[in-house]
Ligand binder design. Structure first.
Ligand SMILES: C[S@@+](CC[C@H](N)C(=O)[O-])C[C@H]1O[C@@H](n2cnc3c(N)ncnc32)[C@H](O)[C@@H]1O
Length: 258
């Protein structure tokens, strides 16, 4: 469900970064394969995509999804250990750097598998802004804050997106171009309400396990999307979701030979 909302951001970012037909792409932290399949659609039948993922169950699920295509393959490996004789035209990743204890060092390694002049493009979220409705819609802000809190209790930086320039530079890459945009909405209709409603519903067991208290009177079930929609309509608010950050650059020869 969440992948559906993020797909347009990732697709536009990859095109903007210069990924195109016929390219070979390495996708780091490929999970169930969504990003690899986005890349595959862009590179087409003359191109190829390799996803690298540490979780064997995710790799298995991704491989099942790739049964009918020979453009996309998946390797089960740690990023710090993955190696290849190939040189790729592009390295891509989404929502993976934020999970790494030392993102710059881990990013540096696979960038050495990118040919000189090749592209490195990373997509991350930023949830550093907690003021996500105007006029204030309390239930919207409360639900959003639950997602942020969950990141924090797991030791993840909710404001990772804005760190991308630093991570690229620390990985020894040239200064990246960066673009960002927030998911915004409020107009009656299900889109952004359904995003937040389904996100909170999906993580509810994790919230409970982490001991994060739900706001009083908040019922987390299938009705949450509708509750949010009603509240936002009543306060006539513009509401926001995550801010997406995309950073991209091109690898130069000095970087590769380090
Ligand atoms: C939040 S998921 C994102 C999956 C995918 N990129 C997407 O956007 O749909 C992050 C993925 O990175 C993987 N991952 C995290 N650290 C890794 C590492 N050191 N080596 C390989 N995979 C890793 C996780 O197992 C997880 O599947």
């Amino acid at each position: 469900m969440q992948a559906y909302y993020f797909r347009p951001w990732t697709t536009q970012l990859f095109l903007r970064a210069g990924i195109g037909e016929g390219m070979s792409v390495l996708d780091i932290g490929s999970g169930p394969g969504d990003v690899s399949f986005i890349a595959a659609e862009i590179v087409g039948p003359q191109g190829s995509v390799v996803g690298v993922e540490r979780d064997p169950a995710a790799v298995e699920a991704a491989r099942r999804r790739a049964e009918h295509t020979d453009i996309v393959t998946f390797a089960n490996a740690e990023l710090d250990e993955f190696d290849s004789d190939r040189r790729f035209d592009a390295l891509v990743g989404r929502f993976v750097l934020t999970h790494l204890p030392d993102p710059a060092t881990t990013l540096h390694r696979p960038t050495r598998l990118v040919r000189p002049g090749g592209i490195v493009v990373m997509h991350e979220m930023d949830m550093g802004n907690l003021d996500v409705s105007f006029p204030r819609c309390q239930i919207w802000n409360d639900c959003y804050a639950l997602l942020v809190r969950l990141f924090q209790v797991h030791g993840l930086a909710p404001d990772f997106g804005r760190r991308l320039t630093n991570v690229f530079l620390d990985a020894g890459l040239p200064w990246p171009d960066v673009e960002s945009g927030a998911m915004t909405g409020g107009k009656p209709g299900p889109t952004l309400h359904a995003w937040l409603g389904s996100a909170v519903q999906a993580v509810e067991p994790l919230l409970v396990r982490a001991g994060i208290e739900l706001p009083e009177n908040l019922t987390v079930d299938d009705s949450l999307t509708e509750t949010l929609e009603r509240a936002v309509s009543a306060s006539r608010s513009l509401v926001m979701g995550n801010t997406h950050f995309g950073a991209w650059t091109r690898v130069d020869e000095s970087h590769r030979s380090e």
